[in-house]
Design a binder for this molecule. Structure first.
Ligand code: RAM
Length: 360
């Protein structure tokens, strides 16, 4: 049976019977599509860099959270690129960044709908793995973007910047602002978030260097990418640690809520805040002296690269193996790194001098 016929009959089976059962039945037949179960990226076959770019594909975007402006920008970038490439875009996803089981259901829905590829930002690295492997067994290409799962559970990860650079530079930014001295805290997103947890590990490692010997990380709080919870967590941090000198919030939702709290409090300008935010969210707080400098990449470019990677995988131009290269339209050529990671580039630091040059 040809794969396309097989896929169609699997889709029919999936609607006729329980999804899990149908996926297991269909999954077995295309098992060789998924290699390297535990180790590197899940790659199969040989890449043909000169293969024609397929048109008429459907790529499903599944962000951590649909009502988060960061993902709205990212996914719009994906939508635009897919339109340019002659393929179709769709977006599904939970409204809460802690709805892990919701994300799993959305992976299964996309699989059942037989999309050609999906781009997923994982709320939790482990929880999605089985569902993503089922998708791959059904011939669907899986790209993670923004927040990864583990390497064997997807074909490639489109990373916003090196995780190490991001973690270390956030500590460096804050250290300069507080004169390398005092208590600091982290306000993160969900406790399970792969991206934030990786950055936090690098922050902790950076803090071990001798230049930070007078700085102490007193707490990591979790605002779950929810504005109200992040605001309350910031308030709680200052109540618990009245001598706090600075906060790093590596989430666009967290840093905005923390800035909002600080700017209306006696701590404005005294307790320093940095992390990852969008220029449009943070402009007001840079101008009113609450925030000196923070950083981010362009989310729309991240979404665009995720879409272009999905299409390159579906077209057979890449398989996700280290060293393969592909052309990402006007973004230029990208090379796949270790474990199937494709890195967008360097983040930008925003401050009062340059913030007005950016609009996202
Ligand atoms: C939030 C999300 C996202 C992260 C950005 C920086 O919008 O947690 O995953 O990459 O912040």
């Amino acid at each position: 049976m040809r794969k396309s016929t097989l896929r169609r009959s699997c889709a029919a089976l999936a609607t006729a019977t329980s999804l899990a059962l149908a996926l297991t039945a269909c999954g077995g037949t295309t098992k060789k599509d998924v290699a390297n179960e535990g180790g590197g990226a899940a790659t199969a076959g040989k890449a043909d860099p000169n293969a024609a770019t397929k048109k008429g594909l459907t790529v499903g975007f599944l962000p951590k959270q649909v009502n988060n402006p960061y993902f709205t920008s990212a996914d719009k970038g994906g939508e635009k690129a897919l339109a340019e490439l002659g393929s179709k875009y769709k977006e599904v996803g939970p409204s809460s960044a802690t709805d892990t089981s919701g994300q799993v259901s959305y992976v299964n829905t996309l699989t059942q709908q037989q999309v050609d590829a999906m781009a997923v930002s994982a709320q939790d690295p482990g929880a999605l793995c089985t569902a993503l492997k089922q998708a791959m067994k059904n011939g669907i290409k899986v790209v993670t973007y923004d927040s990864d799962t583990t390497a064997g559970c997807r074909n490639a990860f489109v990373s916003q910047a090196s995780a190490e650079d991001l973690g270390r530079t956030e500590v460096q930014l804050l250290a300069k602002q507080i004169g390398y001295k005092g208590e600091i805290a982290i306000l993160s997103a969900a406790q399970t978030a792969t991206n934030q947890n990786t950055w936090i590990d690098f922050m902790k490692d950076e803090l071990k260097k001798p230049e930070y010997k007078n700085m102490k990380l007193v707490k990591t709080a979790y605002g779950n990418d929810d504005a109200q919870q992040s605001f309350q967590q910031t308030q709680g941090l200052l109540q618990e640690y009245p001598n706090l000198k600075g906060i790093i919030s590596p989430t666009t939702v967290g840093i905005k809520a923390a800035a909002q709290y600080l700017s209306g409090s006696k701590y404005k300008g005294k307790v320093k805040l940095t992390g990852l935010g969008t220029p449009n969210d943070m402009r007001k707080y840079v101008k009113n002296g609450t925030v000196e400098a923070f950083e981010l990449w362009d989310p729309a470019k991240l979404g665009e690269l995720a879409a272009r990677t999905a299409v390159a995988l579906s077209s057979g131009q890449i398989t996700g193996k280290e060293g393969e290269t592909f052309k990402a339209g006007s973004m230029g050529e990208y090379t796949i790194g270790k474990d199937g990671v494709i890195s967008l580039g360097k983040p930008t630091v925003f401050d009062a001098k340059n913030i007005d040059q950016f609009n996202f």
